[in-house]
Design a protein around this ligand. Structure first.
Ligand code: FES
Length: 85
């Protein structure tokens, strides 16, 4: 997961989103979860500045954008990904 923490997204709560996501996943930025499913990265602008917090995921289906995200919705997404694994 690549979370944009660039300035425009930061102004829309990206840093708090990232901190809470790290807490929920039990990892720090740059680390991977114990099950190997999620690696969390902070990245610069992904051209979705007005829809932050946002991140992109890279998986078997390619790269997908996830806009207007909350930590709860992100954790639901991760749980759904685990079921397809
Ligand atoms: S600054 Fe985050 S998508 Fe542009």
């Amino acid at each position: 997961m690549q979370v944009c923490t660039d300035l425009p997204c930061a102004l829309r709560g990206a840093e708090e989103f990232m901190d809470n996501l790290c807490g929920n996943l039990g990892i720090k930025v740059g680390e991977t979860t114990a099950d190997g499913l999620v690696t969390l990265e902070a990245v610069m602008c992904l051209a979705s500045c007005d829809r932050a917090p946002m991140f992109q995921t890279q998986g078997p289906d390619g790269i997908k954008y996830h806009d207007y995200m909350t930590v709860d919705r992100t954790m639901e997404l991760i749980e759904a990904l685990k079921e397809t694994k």
